[in-house]
Design a binder for this molecule. Structure first.
Ligand SMILES: NC(=O)c1ccc[n+]([C@@H]2O[C@H](COP(=O)([O-])OP(=O)(O)OC[C@H]3O[C@@H](n4cnc5c(N)ncnc54)[C@H](OP(=O)(O)O)[C@@H]3O)[C@@H](O)[C@H]2O)c1
Length: 149
């Protein structure tokens, strides 16, 4: 749920959602939505935490520089950044080696300056716009969460 949908539908829930899964990665850091979720202590779970394998993101100089410092790969730096931001991260890979690498993010810690450097990569927009006309209606027709509204 985008911030717009979150604020529209939150009053309708008898039980507040524990998690909101939305696109989140260094290119789209959801700053406004995350501020709204804090009020209800709702966790953000990253959809496309690696930007669906976005090659520009995986080759960002700042990420490569940090990866080199820690002897990690860029994917691991991205996942560590997200973890330190308090976001729930479930990356996807069909490759065993990458699945293993993607779990090895708990033996290093990014500094405040490194976190700030990665925060500057935020473009404020994602691959998709769930606020686009028709998307809310499509989603509501696919789930029965609000069937009694
Ligand atoms: N809520 C649900 O029911 C549900 C269901 C399904 C999926 N999802 C979520 O949907 C999202 C979409 O998936 P996504 O594939 O766009 O997400 P993603 O995790 O951002 O990206 C996965 C892509 O990155 C590549 N990759 C994985 N690890 C990498 C690494 N260390 N370095 C470089 N590239 C790496 C993968 O390629 P390889 O596979 O070739 O390694 C794959 O192409 C995921 O967050 C998933 O959890 C949610």
């Amino acid at each position: 749920m985008t911030k717009k949908l979150w604020e529209k539908w939150l009053p309708a829930f008898n039980v507040k959602p524990a998690i909101n899964q939305v696109e989140f990665n260094p290119y789209f850091q959801q700053t406004e939505l995350r501020a709204a979720l804090t009020a209800t202590q709702t966790a953000l779970e990253a959809w496309a935490p690696l930007g669906s394998g976005n090659s520009a993101m995986l080759n960002e100089p700042v990420l490569k520089q940090i990866a080199e410092k820690y002897g990690k790969n860029v994917g691991q730096v991205i996942l560590r950044f997200e973890h330190q931001e308090g976001v729930i991260v479930i990356p996807k890979s069909v490759h065993e080696a990458r699945i293993k690498f993607n779990r090895e993010i708990f033996d290093f810690c990014l500094t405040s300056a490194e976190m700030d450097a990665i925060r500057t990569l935020d473009t404020g927009a994602g691959q998709y716009d769930p606020d686009a006309p028709g998307v809310e209606a499509m989603l509501r027709s696919a789930f029965d969460v609000h069937a009694n509204d």
